[in-house]
Write a protein that binds this ligand. Structure first.
Ligand SMILES: Cc1ncc(COP(=O)(O)O)c(C=O)c1O
Length: 380
């Protein structure tokens, strides 16, 4: 089996059989000609399958060490398909520090279909069993969590869940397949917002679901084709192109992330700082075990804990752009309380640690001295 960098560049991609083109063509087609009814070359209609998308699905599966991969029109599209594996009455235990869009979909959409969600602190894996009921059918883990960078022990939770036939889903968006491979740690399904690190250039919205389980894959493919949240060939091509540099980009995200985290830690205006690379991070040892490095996502709070102070800082940076999203080559700053996590009720949000002055950085791969200088002048 080839190593990560080789797979990122080659997996799933063969020279085009008709011309030898080294890059997978953008098969911009909705349908495929059949010889006689039902006799075709494996492709019948592009909602079900498209060769550009298939190449990307194979590539992402290889990077996550998964047998199967499926791409969706967004990360939320992938999550939607995974929850549709459940039935009314089933219960999901989800991490209590969760991407706001996932929280919104769980509580505002799927709760109407009889699926129940409970949001629990999973940072102490030993306590997870105390939350199990006969209805618990799925555990939804985000690690590192968004935005508080908590670390959940995927292996320990998966071992306990597997004993009870509970499916373990990991949203691996923050780590990317380069830093963490949850299937190897015992998870059943990985989902990604491909929009982020995998695509890497802030020009595509896409999702993916990966698994080793044939039956789960078959069901997810059935849901994808039936419900139709599939990406187009142009976006698949762009991600195939972006993912070729994932390993290089992630190395630089991690290097820059470390320097920015250390700079902020020593700044007099910063109160708390959340980054799993610090040895005094509560689950640093677990991060060290299950991740290759600590990533470029950092959150922090200001000593002056007000919305106004956070807004002032977020609009004073010049290299860090104020924007939703993360994982692109360019550095972004965000204010979770009013942006990604605005859909979570204020009381619940503050209780979970997403206080008014919390700011989140997606540290990009620009020159580190420019990034530090930018934060320094914005904090002044
Ligand atoms: C951790 C995480 N999961 C899922 C999503 C949803 O992905 P998408 O925006 O591609 O639908 C996001 C988006 O920000 C995210 O940060």
């Amino acid at each position: 089996m080839h190593k990560f960098a080789t797979l990122a560049i080659h997996a799933g991609q063969e020279p085009d059989p008709t011309t030898g083109a080294i890059m997978t063509p953008i098969y911009q087609t909705s349908t495929y000609v059949q010889e006689h009814p039902g006799k075709h070359k494996g492709y019948a209609y592009a909602r079900g399958k498209n060769p550009t998308r298939v190449a990307l699905e194979k590539c992402l599966a290889a990077l996550e060490k998964a047998k199967h991969g499926l791409c969706f029109s967004s990360g939320q599209g992938a999550e939607d398909a995974v929850i549709k594996l459940l039935r009314p009455g089933d219960e999901v235990l989800a991490t209590d520090d969760l991407y706001g869009g996932s929280y919104r979909m769980f509580t505002k959409i799927f709760s109407h279909y009889g699926i129940n969600f409970r949001f629990v602190d999973m940072t102490n894996a030993a306590s997870i069993e105390s939350h199990f009921t006969d209805q618990t059918k799925m555990i939804w883990i985000e690690t590192p969590t968004n935005p508080l960078m908590r670390i959940i022990d995927i292996k320990a939770i998966s071992e306990k869940a597997r004993k009870k036939n509970i499916l373990v889903v990991v949203d691996n968006t923050f780590a990317s397949p380069y830093l963490q491979n949850p299937l190897e740690l015992g998870a059943h399904i990985i989902i990604h917002s491909v929009t982020k690190y995998i695509s890497g250039h802030s020009d595509v919205v896409m999702g993916a679901a990966l698994t080793n389980d044939d039956k789960i894959h078959e069901e997810l493919a059935f849901i994808a084709n039936s419900c139709g949240a599939v990406p187009g060939p142009m976006d698949s091509f762009l991600v195939l192109r972006g993912v070729k540099t994932l390993h290089i980009r992630m190395e630089r995200h991690c290097q820059n992330g470390k320097e920015v985290a250390n700079f902020l830690r020593n700044h007099p205006k910063i109160d708390k700082i959340y980054w799993p690379g610090f040895t005094d991070h509560p689950n640093h040892d677990i991060a060290k075990n299950q991740m290759k490095d600590f990533g470029g996502m950092i959150s922090f709070t200001l000593k002056k804990n007000t919305m106004e102070e956070a807004f002032r800082m977020a609009s004073s940076t010049k290299v860090f752009s104020l924007a939703e999203s993360l994982g692109g080559v360019e550095s972004l700053i965000g204010h979770p309380a009013s942006m990604t996590h605005a859909s979570i009720p204020a009381e619940l949000r503050i209780k979970s640690g997403v206080v008014n002055s919390l700011l989140r950085l997606s540290v990009g791969i620009e020159d580190i001295s420019d990034l530090i200088e930018d934060l320094r002048q914005a904090l002044d």
